[in-house]
Design a protein around this ligand. Sequence first.
Ligand code: HEM
Length: 464
Amino acid sequence: MSGILDKLLSDKEGSASRNFLLSALWWSLWGMGAGLFASMEFVNPDLVHNVPQLSMPHLRMWHVNAVAVGWLSMAYVGSIFHMVPTLCKNKLHSEKLGNFTMWAWNGVMVAAFCTLLNGNTEGREYAELGALLDVLVVVALCLLTYNIWMTIVNRKVQKLYVSLWYFLGSLFWFPLVWIIGQRTFVSLPGLNDAIIGWFYGHNILGMWFTTVGVGLMYYLLPRLTKAPLYSHGLSMLGFWGIALFYAPTGTHHITQSPVPEWLKAIAIISSIFLLVPVLTVLTNFFMTMKGRWHMPVNDMALRFAVTSCFFYLLTCLQGPFQATRWVNWYLHFTQWVVGHAHAALLGTFSFIVTASIYYALPRLVGFEKWHSEGLIRLHYWFKLIGFIIFYFALTVAGLVQSAGWAMGYPVDQWSNTLTPYWFTRSIGGLLIVTGQCLFAYNVFRTIYTSRKANVKAKTREVKV
Ligand code: HEM
């Protein structure tokens, strides 16, 4: 019994990070697969009969939670568990606690799969999980924060590298945003509920996905290029800029609703001011890359990271643009917004965590070569081309829809014209999901091959 417990809660160095990364990969297949299936139901609404678990609303809830809480967040935690000890030049405070957190997080994902597909939900966008699961996530986040905090407190270097600032900030903000946003803990009536809902909806992006994602970029770019960061001062400016301007932006999602005008104004102005930290962060990245633009040709982890920076630029130029009143009035309630959401989470942050996994896994599992370099290249192209097709299909569909709304045509006159765009989105989705399957296969084969090689080497040692 204690043997099993020791294996489940291993204290081997790097095991918590590795287990989080592998779990993330596992949930990504389920989450993206569900997204693909849901996208096919847009094209053919009669695809499934009498199986409510596979209906679009159920699939959508599962898709969003699986990719956001399962794929991206678990890959983030796995990366943090690897990067923080490296930057602090010590070990993770407790691998056992890290592995316990990993099991708790996986438990939440299994329960989310069963409940969300079954339609058991609190019925609020991005906050669909039931009350018990909300509490479990808070517990997991507290354990995670404690583990990272203690690792940083006991560090062997004095200076805090900028990635640590971003990770510490995220681990302070994310639990708060989660507790406020899951109205299990804080509940307000009427329109206030929508305001809180979008405070949460946007800040889970701004104070978790963005801040950890940018922290990963700050870690990976200098390491992969073996070049010093262009400017530490600029990186601090970016950090405090994000901390200052992100929090009040959420209301830009509901500017077409009767929330107070002053709140809308603050949200729109802060959204535009966000350009300042974004441009400082990107200037820092692109200047670090100066003279090294040839490197992503051969280094695939770097290629994923640099591509992520370009999508970050795209997302962050688009965001303030569509937050302005008239543009927002025109584009709201259209597929354009879904395209934008995917530019952030699938384009920017999914690319950066993929870079992080390609970088960290060999160091954690102890292998030097991937099973297939060709599969990594294929993965990159499938993901990139798939995403571009996906994004443009939804962006154009959004413009068609906006024109329909703006000219006051009845919905049934233009809604059918969207089918070809949705079909194209499914083609893009199919490429992305195929790329992710190749990724998972490559990871599996590499770990399996390196294990076999280790066993052989050990047997040889014993014989000698
Ligand atoms: C890392 C990968 C992905 C992430 C992080 C992600 C994230 C999201 C998010 C946040 C939403 C809600 C969008 C909104 O309400 O505006 C969403 C919706 C959706 N996603 Fe994804 N997604 C990913 C991959 C995919 C893939 C590969 C497909 C396949 C086609 C897909 C299809 C969909 C569909 C059909 C919806 C519902 C859109 C709607 O309600 O109109 N997603 N996804």
